[in-house]
Design a protein around this ligand. Sequence first.
Ligand SMILES: *Cc1c(COP(=O)(O)O)cnc(C)c1O
Length: 369
Amino acid sequence: MNSLLHIDLDAVAANVAHFVTIASGEVMAVVKADGFGHGAADVATTALAAGASRLGVTSLDEARVLRDTGVRAPILSWLNPADADFRTARDRDIEVAVPGAEHLLAVAGCTGRSGRPIRVHLQIDTGMARDGATPADWPELCRLAHTLEYAGRIRVVGVMGHLPCAEDPSHPSNASGRSRFTRAVRVCRASGLDPRHLHLAATAATLNDPLSHHTMSRIGAGLVGIGSPALRPGLTLTAPVVSCRSVPAGTPVGYGHTWTTPQPTYLGLIPLGYADGIPFASKGAQVLVRGRRHPVVGRISMDQTIIDLGPEPVPVGATVTVFGGDGPTVAEWAAWAGTLEHEILTGIGPRVLRVIVPARARGELQVAS
Ligand SMILES: *Cc1c(COP(=O)(O)O)cnc(C)c1O
């Protein structure tokens, strides 16, 4: 009797296929944050089999772990401090994004004189004010990159940007971000560089704005079902009812007595709490038990959540669907908790047992290794 996170890799494969169809360029599968909570290596392998050609992660460490599990496809890592050990990139064949001169020199310093140059993607700030060189610093970065490429220290294989407001197709920053990006590519080429991979669009831009596609889309959220009704959710979270108690009207429930039973009822207990990713701040949340929705009542505890089962008792061991399947959606939970679907998906704690529904053995559950 365990709480289970069912990971549907068929859904991931279908979502990848959707993006392969709509994107004008290649699809990079972004598997940061443990594949948005779905298992980085499993999502990576599934995405590559379904038509993605490359992988993206945040840190070099995430990239190294993928290499350790045997992934051979190109991997790009885009967020490392300038003093990161870029020898990992050299030794494990990992591409790195470079937002400025300091980074570029650090990366170049890791290629031995006769070694293979580390492949870099120059990163331009297209409106996030988060990562990437400013348009003012860009020409100098490109000049330096050209010098270092000529010296055999690095090789510029890409230019990347990221759009802050692509979820809103009418937002003016989409057009300004796109033109910043095209100008940056022009400057890069005028510096004598020949970047092959030009990538600006993540999930939302790929769905909403074909002008942003260029040669590649970096798809993260979309792999796991966020962003369009055409996509399939990949996670179902279930838990057993561990107890069911009969209580009279007027019974205060849980820490702080924030809720009191208005009538006699049965209270069910499930062994999941905020340490497992059930957001403490949820208001009005519901779960599915035996085909019916029931409200979460009282405060969510660290490890436990109480649900109001109403006038009929439920046997201990009955399955509660927290989200996914026929139960509430992750989007509903995000709304109840005042957060993003992303935060729900990436927040499921380590004690929840992962089970995989692989493409090759539909219907048979496999425990994740
Ligand atoms: C997370 C991230 C992505 C993926 O974005 P989604 O909206 O999840 O597809 C792409 N690019 C960068 C730089 C990111 O940080």
